[in-house]
Ligand binder design. Structure first.
Ligand SMILES: NC(=O)c1ccc[n+]([C@@H]2O[C@H](COP(=O)([O-])OP(=O)(O)OC[C@H]3O[C@@H](n4cnc5c(N)ncnc54)[C@H](OP(=O)(O)O)[C@@H]3O)[C@@H](O)[C@H]2O)c1
Length: 275
């Protein structure tokens, strides 16, 4: 019996070693980047501008930084950064993100949620409020955002890619990271559940990026203080992470015809392998 799922013409091309690797596949496509004004997010927005995609860039409250990032990225890379302000812990503001991004004439084909908080609570005096806040910032807001964007894409039959930000601390066990790492680990598990629910029926994918110690963004002041120098001096990693390392991983996952879902890409130079 012959399979009805095989494209004979395609197989014939492969037999002739004719493979296709399309380039600039995000050109003209709308990508919602929540937290794209932050240290890591801005590098992805630069990458999207270089590819002539349409980045719709969300931030929570730091309007001064958002406007500066917009004007500097536009002048360096060309194109337009469409800014939108909204707190993803608020349901109406999550909807606003989807409505705003949908107004560009083309449907949202990707959503990346960089939003997160370092949850710097005093470990020895840990309170329930510290854990609740971290769960809200690092789990509840991001997972509801991607669930709602994913449901919007399913309802409108839009194939695409969702990417959520966790941390190497959710993958390796780093002492005293409980408040930050536990919600980030929950985020991985929840995204993989969504990936399982959505796979097979519709080409909607959801994956997770887990960065290590990266020189910009929320880790910058700790890095500058020398807190992580030991990782390099002990040769746990060969260098500190860069925003381009992270942006490249996200871009891989945003590839429109990708076959990858429910996965965690750890971008940490191998640090979590040694934790
Ligand atoms: N940098 C690192 O070394 C590192 C390492 C591991 C994991 N990560 C993770 O990577 C992600 C990005 O980190 P980053 O260093 O780029 O952070 P960042 O520089 O602090 O930027 C955070 C971005 O998210 C936005 N945001 C925060 N809470 C939000 C909310 N409730 N609703 C909407 N937007 C919100 C911020 O907007 P405002 O500026 O307006 O508040 C900002 O645009 C985070 O999830 C972080 O946990 C970072």
């Amino acid at each position: 019996m012959n399979s009805t799922h095989v494209d004979a013409a395609q197989i014939a091309r492969y037999k002739r070693l004719q493979f296709t690797f399309p380039e600039q596949t995000l050109r003209g496509k709308v990508v919602l980047v929540v937290g794209g004004t932050g240290g890591l997010g801005a590098a992805l927005v630069a990458r999207l501008l270089i590819e002539q995609a349409i980045p719709v860039v969300g931030y929570r409250s730091n309007e001064v930084r958002a406007k500066k990032v917009k004007s500097e990225l536009e002048s360096l890379y060309g194109g337009t950064v469409h800014l939108v302000r909204g707190d993803i812990s608020n349901s109406a503001e999550r909807k606003l993100y989807i409505d705003f991004a949908s107004q560009f004439g083309k449907e949202v084909q990707g959503c990346v949620c960089f939003s997160g908080d370092p949850a710097r609570a005093n470990f020895n005096e840990l309170q329930s409020a510290d854990l609740s806040k971290s769960f809200n910032d690092n789990f509840v807001g991001p997972i509801l955002l991607v669930k709602e964007v994913g449901e919007h894409m399913i309802a409108n039959q839009i194939p695409g890619s969702l990417v959520v930000f966790s941390s190497m601390q959710a993958v390796g066990l780093f002492e005293r990271s409980l408040t930050y790492a536990a919600p980030k680990a929950s985020l991985i598990h929840a995204c993989r559940i969504l990936a399982k629910q959505w796979s097979g029926r519709h080409n909607l994918r959801i994956n997770i990026v887990a960065p290590g110690v990266t020189v910009v963004g929320m880790a910058e002041s700790s890095i500058r203080s020398g807190k992580y120098d030991g990782y390099i001096e002990r040769k746990d990693v060969c260098r500190l992470g860069r925003p381009e390392d992270v942006a490249r991983a996200v871009r891989f996952l945003l590839e429109p015809d990708s076959y990858v879902t429910g996965q965690v890409i750890v971008v940490d130079g191998g640090l979590s392998l040694k934790a």
